[in-house]
Write a protein that binds this ligand. Structure first.
Ligand SMILES: [Zn+2]
Length: 183
């Protein structure tokens, strides 16, 4: 998967409330796999006309990702992904936001585009490393139909520590760790 160089983008001096191409360039990625939480009407400051413009704003489930103002092209893409033009129903949709170039006022400018998440495998720079089991220190691996990440998250919730599947079973069987209402 292609990776871009991290950029000290001049945009950092002009922070934007919304996700911009420079946010991806600063991260050194060409695309981000994201999940739409919802879309809502919003206002953006148009730098060319210095006026406020009403636009649909896409909000994401992932933490630390700014909302993204949508243009017509990106709205059409989401419509084709979700199968509906009703932006109030755009929820829990996995998408990929990627860097592209578009002609704007006669000049080629960096922009953000959207594609369905199936069109792109999750890039390696976004895979979160799974720490080893906090009990036996062995690596947590896919087991019993669950991915390593699912096991790490579930055991952290249930036991307060990320455990491998074997340790999880052991903990589950130990009556001291069992709360009365868990199955
Ligand atoms: Zn273990």
């Amino acid at each position: 998967m292609e990776t871009a160089k991290k950029t000290k983008h001049w945009r950092e001096f002009f922070p934007s409330d919304n996700l911009a191409a420079s946010d991806l360039q600063e991260r050194g990625v060409k695309h981000l796999a994201l999940t739409i939480s919802h879309a809502a009407p919003g206002e953006v400051h148009d730098t060319t006309t210095s006026k406020k413009k009403k636009l649909p704003i896409l909000h994401f489930v992932e933490k630390g990702i700014k909302p993204m103002a949508l243009n017509v092209t990106n709205c059409q893409t989401i419509e084709s992904i979700t199968g509906t033009p009703d932006y109030t129903t755009w929820r829990n949709v996995a998408i990929v936001v990627y860097l592209d170039k578009a002609k704007y006022a006669g000049k080629l400018k960096d922009c953000l585009r959207i594609k369905p998440s199936t069109a792109c495998k999750k890039p390696p720079e976004e895979t979160i490393p799974i720490p080893p089991c906090q009990n036996c220190n062995k690596p947590i691996i896919d087991s019993d139909g669950f991915t390593a990440a699912q096991i790490a998250v579930t055991t952290l919730k249930r036991h307060g520590a990320s455990l491998c599947f074997a340790c999880h079973i052991e903990m589950k069987d130990s009556p001291a760790e069992e709360s009365p209402d868990t199955p």
